[in-house]
Design a protein around this ligand. Structure first.
Ligand code: BG6
Length: 475
């Protein structure tokens, strides 16, 4: 048995017929900073990834930076043809804020307007529904210098950017998202140092989280006025928190982990309110953000129309083995330890557990605790290093492991739908192998292989299978 086959040594579901409701969205997701390229100053102003790569290139795998993203800017027409060839009826990408508004207070960049209009129009022409996100970790560098999400001024400029995008593209794009995985720029940027500005500042992290939720609500308010026939959501990475055991201390640990990891954005986005217990903890640690009059009313009144859920891995936790150091900077792990469950299935390249049943648990949680709101799997996928080892005699990458991964997740998802959860689609991460932040091109996620030297695209076995999946509305 070779490395990747080991992922599937313990399949959790037996092969059975799996079908999805008529009109189900089968597609994939990417983001502007990870796929467009054309990062030169003649095309766009720098964002924080351009800035960070310039400052510390050695932190990026192989010292490959965002300027080497997969050239969608240049090749969008033929790439969109490949969407159809791989059977996709929908596609998520994002707009680059710093491309559309190189001066965040100035006029839109005509080249960007032309590019995005052409790309979204082309998608529509070939029967691919565009799902467009406004923010995928790519704060304009000039705004980071003005405080980034810590600054109220940036919230106002984000609202201006959102209004601009809705006005320019709202006639052709009817499905929008305000943010991708907002907890990630909070945790990685302000607690864990995986994103710029690489701070360890719990108080700032709470302010950033709060400003992000507020910015999302403001954009939703404006969207409903500018594009009344569209729908807007937010993409959240939900990582169900599973306790090690039924011991009350483990259960409490999982409960608090759930508050931070999931409910912190899910509750304001869908219910318009924060969980009082979460607020109590934040207050107890002296981390309450600055809130202005009417903010909470904006959050309460402008909730999402639907939800995007990114799911990759569960969060397993247990009661802390030792007391936390009260003087250390506050982290949510003040209340729990991350639990490495013996025998868990791992994707060793990414270091993430593979646990497909969580998609069912998410479906049921949304059904029972979030008003059964309409939702879509906005990301799920498997990053694998060294895929060229799986190239078959005809030159195609034989990524059966990816097909199995998708099948297992779809099987559990279909059970959730059969039990009444309103999931409308599945977007795989990702379409064409793309640049992945600090990991650059280490792990490949695509249905389509990218040759880094020639930029040639080659459909993998999973891409052909995905087409059949979509044609049959199941497998
Ligand atoms: C998601 C992000 O969290 O995971 C994507 O929205 C990202 O931007 C994807 O690329 C896979 O993670 P990574 O770190 O392996 O690229």
């Amino acid at each position: 048995m070779c490395g990747i086959d080991l992922f599937f040594k313990k399949k959790e579901v037996v092969e059975m017929e799996v079908t999805f409701p008529k009109g189900f969205y089968f597609g994939s997701a990417t983001s502007a900073p990870q796929s467009e390229g054309a990062h030169g100053i003649e095309h766009k102003a720098p964002d924080i990834w351009d800035l960070w790569f310039e400052q510390e290139p050695y932190k990026f795998h192989g010292q490959v930076g965002p300027q080497d993203a997969s050239t969608f800017f240049e090749h969008f027409e033929s790439d969109i043809d490949l969407l159809r060839e791989t059977g996709q009826n929908s596609f998520r990408t994002s707009i680059s804020w710093s491309r559309l508004l190189p001066d965040p207070e100035g006029e839109p960049n005509p080249e960007a307007v032309e590019f995005y209009r052409a790309a979204f129009t082309r998608m529509r022409e070939v029967g691919v529904e565009p799902f467009v996100n406004l923010f995928h970790f790519d704060m304009p560098a000039s705004l980071q210098e003005r405080g980034g999400w810590e600054s109220r001024e940036v919230v106002a400029l984000y609202e201006r950017y959102a209004q601009t995008a809705f006005t320019l593209f709202g006639d052709i794009v009817k499905r929008w998202y305000t943010f991708n995985e907002p907890i990630v720029h909070v945790e990685c940027g302000y607690l864990q140092q995986y994103h710029y500005p690489c701070k360890v500042d719990p108080k700032a992290s709470v302010q950033v989280a709060y400003h992000t939720a507020l910015a999302s609500a403001l954009a939703i308010r404006d969207f409903h006025e500018i594009v009344p026939d569209g729908k807007i959501g937010i993409v959240l990475n939900l990582t169900p928190a599973y306790p090690r055991s039924d011991n009350p201390a483990d259960l409490k640990a999982a409960h608090i982990a759930e508050l931070f990891a999931n409910k912190s954005f899910l509750d304001p986005a869908v219910k318009g309110v924060y969980d009082p217990e979460l607020i109590g903890i934040i207050r107890e640690h002296g981390l309450m953000p600055h809130v202005e009059a009417d903010d909470l009313a904006v959050i309460r009144e402008h909730t999402v129309d639907y939800l995007g859920v990114n799911y990759y891995q569960p969060l397993r936790v247990c009661a802390r083995a030792s007391l936390p150091n009260p003087e250390a900077p506050f982290m949510p792990t003040y209340y729990y330890d991350v639990y490495e469950m013996p025998g868990r299935r791992m994707n060793p390249y990414r270091g993430w557990e593979i646990y497909p049943k969580a998609l069912y648990d998410i479906a049921i949680n949304i059904r029972d605790n979030y008003g059964n709101i309409e939702w879509i799997v906005s990301e799920n996928g498997m990053g694998v290093e060294g895929e060229e080892a799986y190239r078959g005699p005809d030159g195609t990458i034989q990524d059966d492991y990816r097909i199995d991964f998708i099948k297992e997740h779809l099987t559990w998802l279909s059970r959730g739908i059969a039990e009444g959860s309103r999931c409308i689609g599945y977007h795989l991460w990702t379409f064409i192998d793309c640049w992945s932040w600090l990991n650059a091109y280490k792990n490949r996620y695509g249905l389509v292989e990218l040759d880094l030297d020639t930029q040639e695209r080659r459909i993998k076995k999973s891409g052909r299978w995905y087409r059949e999946l979509a044609q049959n509305n199941g497998f």
